[in-house]
Design a binder for this molecule. Structure first.
Ligand code: C2E
Ligand code: MG
Ligand code: MG
Ligand code: MG
Length: 286
């Protein structure tokens, strides 16, 4: 009886595993093809200086327009890309595309903005990361000061000594570094001061209910102070309301990214955004 019951469980379990496996396999195959067929594109979410209201940069975020499934979110395909190693060529495409776009905006006469690109831990681990990044930068002739790399807290803290070395080389190449999703990983406060970081990005999980949850209010306030005391800038992501913005302004947060100002925009819409904010002198809303 028990064996049978276990048998049934096992059967259901394997079927479920099979479904998951098949789903991943199909995503993996589709992704390989999608890279060749140029189904991926980047959207850009403005980063706003909290004090001046000016747009200081944008985060580049990948999107996948699947031929039959439509838009697939990075939450679904980035983990598969990381497991299969496809994230390495895909991530390299992201960096190249961001550099190409930076150059295109420069040619269109926009003042320089800073674009940040997410780097997966799988890319970060690669021995030739630095030379590959330097190659892309020189191929597109972008000013490295216009490029920021976002690394998650967990990928940096996996191997802090090695990360420290790689980060120094990236800094030497002129790029700036943001620690993404701060507060969600296992941060070692003893390493934090030694890492050559420029920015801490406070995860949207903390920002979401910062005005109603006193615990998160305390945590965000402390994280901003921590960053400033370490000489780092702070960006809060996931800012959706005026109340959140005001709270963060009060706490002296440096930059804001979130739906309150703008969703991530396709390049043409981001250009319209830039034109609009240039004309308005800032992005303060009526
Ligand atoms: P992330 O790097 O932390 O990016 C911020 C995410 O928050 C983006 O989700 C953005 O659309 C979302 N977001 C921004 N403002 C708001 C807001 O006000 N409310 C809410 N609810 N969400 C907001 P997205 O684009 O779906 O990306 C999810 C994650 O996928 C990213 O988190 C990043 O970890 C990963 N990702 C995206 N593009 C790339 C890429 O090119 N390479 C790598 N390695 N990872 C990427
Ligand atoms: Mg990011
Ligand atoms: Mg983040
Ligand atoms: Mg994230």
């Amino acid at each position: 009886y028990f064996a049978k019951e276990r048998g049934i469980d096992l059967h259901l379990y394997t079927e479920d595993m099979n479904d998951k496996l098949l789903e991943r396999l199909s995503i993996e195959n589709d992704m390989r093809r999608g890279i060749e067929r140029k189904e991926f594109f980047l959207v850009y979410q403005p980063k706003i200086d909290t004090r001046s209201g000016k747009t200081v940069g944008a985060e580049a975020l990948i999107r996948w327009n699947h031929p039959t499934k439509g838009m697939i979110s990075p939450a679904q395909f980035i983990p598969v890309a990381e497991d299969t190693g496809l994230i390495v060529p895909l991530g390299e495409w992201v960096l190249s595309e961001a550099c190409r776009q930076l150059k295109a905006w420069e040619a269109q006469g926009f003042r320089p903005i800073q674009v940040s690109v997410n780097l997966s831990s799988r890319q970060f681990e690669k021995k030739d990361l630095i030379s590959r990044i330097r190659n892309i930068i020189s191929e597109y002739r972008v000013d490295p000061a216009c490029l920021q790399l976002e690394l998650t807290e967990s990928s940096v803290m996996q191997t802090p000594e090695l990360s420290n070395h790689t980060l120094y080389q990236l800094k030497k190449s002129g790029l700036s570094i943001a620690l993404d999703d701060f507060g969600t990983g296992y941060s070692s406060f003893s390493y934090l001061p030694h890492l050559p970081l420029d920015v801490l990005k406070i995860d949207k999980g903390f920002v979401k209910d910062v005005t109603v949850n006193p615990d998160n209010a305390a945590i965000v306030t402390a994280m901003i102070a921590l960053a400033h005391n370490l000489g780092l800038k702070v960006i809060c992501e996931g800012v959706e309301t005026k109340e959140q913005l005001d709270f963060l302004k009060d706490r002296d947060c440096d930059e804001i990214q979130g739906f309150y100002y703008s969703r991530p925009l396709p390049p043409e819409e981001f250009e319209k955004w830039l034109v609009r904010v240039i004309n308005a002198a800032d992005t303060r809303m009526a």
